[in-house]
Design a protein around this ligand. Sequence first.
Ligand code: NAI
Length: 672
Amino acid sequence: MSYQHWRLEREDSGLAFLTFDKANESTNTFSNAALNELSAIADELAKSPPKGLAILSAKDNGFAAGADINQFTSFKSAEEAKAFTKLGLDVFDKIAALRFPTVAMVHGFCMGGGTELSLACTYRVMDDGPKTKMALPEVLIGIVPGWGGAMRMPKLIGAGQALDLMLTGRGVNGRSAKRMGLADVVTPRRHFMNAARMLLTNPPAPHKPSFGQAIADWPVIRNIVASKAASSVSKKVAQKHYPAPYAIIDLWQNYGGDPRKVPDSSPTSIASIFSHPTTANLIRIFKLQERMKAMGKDSSTSIRHVHVIGAGAMGGDIAAWCAFRGLTVTLQDLSAERIAPAIKRAAEMYKKRLKQPHLIQAAMDRLIPDPKADGVVQADLIIEAIVENPEIKKKLYADIEPRMKAGAILATNTSSIPLQQLSGVLKRPERLVGLHFFNPVAQMMLVEIVEGPQTSPEVMQAGIAFTRQIDKLPMPCKSAPGFLVNRVLSPYLHEAMLMLDEGIPGEIIDAAARDFGMPMGPIELADMVGLDICYAVGHELGKPGQKVPAKLQACIDAKHLGKKTGQGFYRWENGKPVKSGPRNDFDLVALADRMTLPAINEAIACVREGIVVDSDLADAGVIFGTGFAPHRGGPIQAAKARGKDELLKIMAMFEKQYGERFKADAGWQMVI
Ligand code: NAI
């Protein structure tokens, strides 16, 4: 038989090799068609069994990226979602039931359904390179590992490790997978055929978890493990916002990981999960993330050497990140002493993330302190991250531009100065672009790519491609005060501080924001960021006539700048704010409306003004830049879901009560 998406070859030795090669696509994903073919292949193999079967991928990028996400968005009913889940599970069950040894040969990414297919095999062989990762990331798009992941992984490596992987969605490389018992053999991809032949001809006993790992599945212990897992999930996300992690625990604890056994009425059922609004929002964000990733593809510029000027909080970490991602980086500041702390921070980050001494050393070798600015003449890209002062920045530009090599790009990390205010000193203003990173650089995915009126399209495109090169998410936007993210965040923080001035306790304000779905409340966030920085941003982005909140001013006067000084709006002990106990005498929804509506209003204004190209990107930018309630799909999607009429009524009421700042932007009529 010949198949469209799979190639089955039998060797004289009696072994069979099945190659996944999804037709007309560069990435293997499981669609209905690919699964139906695999089902037919499993039947064919069961009828005339080989001595052993190896499953490989023909794609360079990886084994399989999981279920075809477009299939998810096309479901018209929960029934269709259920049928798709059952199809995958039944097919992988057939692979697991084959009466000869099977091995999955995994290189590159192996996500979700890819990992679940590999779990249905007797063995897993993994490539040892840094790009090879196995994961069950379903939780990140609001669903559960329903194709046998929740069923087979706990049995293979113990529930403790399996729950950790399923609840975080994190990926593991070959070395870690081998340590956990997920991979049987780790070897370079070029040795795959040999490794497969050896395993299948002399099959060893399949991996089993250790006694200590296996007991987590014993009924009494299982309940304890499940309740501990649920309690640690509840510290991160609420079940009403994110049902999937809770469903994963329940699926494992009460149904042996088999979604076919879950009654439709249960919140753990596929029907319930697919009809929950969070799932659609998280899938949409995943697709938007893919859209942002794809933006970097059309650029001929490849950056090899980055020169970063300013080794402070931002520049130091941007340089460290670029070297971490494989670029040669020279780092300039006013003196070697000012560069040293950045190099020290980089070493700590590499130690944590790279672990292996030779990789740490290689990254350190790529990060070169450069107090004499020798890198300026060689760099393909110069990123300026010096003090936020236009005169000092302009002086620097005038000094370095004549020394930059032809075709090199100049980027600024300014968070508030319009590019047009800086580009006047340049002979070639078209090569200035904004690359606005977020703090902390290593954790924040987003980079705003800021287009000044003179920035050339090629330079914009190169900025976008560079952002992808260092594995961040690019968000093109126009040069206007605050760009997108700070402009949206700033009125939200301002309103929270005004509420504090009115005597509403910080704990209550933070609780209202968290209840809405923010990862952290605004009062705690302000303390974390630093009240001096909030003050400066408020000053820069505040509406005309906007007053500085009194408590903020008092903290600034007293030099109580937040976490870094041990006292801000909160007192900080051991890196945590000291909060008083819960109270329930406030209407948290009304408080959340008061804080989030100015942010939503600003996001809408940004779309109307063309700061970002559309509301989808505005939502994605605000989510990846601030963590704005991902389960609601971002500010604009949240407003659409709640309903324009209802929100405009509330805005009008707030406008009467609190003034002009609640005036609805004209964009409400166009965008929502
Ligand atoms: P910082 O004060 O921590 O570091 C600035 C560094 O620039 C200092 O080490 C200083 O010695 C150096 N410097 C000053 N003039 C210089 C010159 N002429 N030549 C070479 N080095 C010079 O400042 P931070 O926070 O890193 O900010 C830098 C830039 O990044 C600013 O434009 C700021 O708006 C922007 N930014 C800051 C964010 C933050 O959260 N701190 C977030 C995003 C952007």
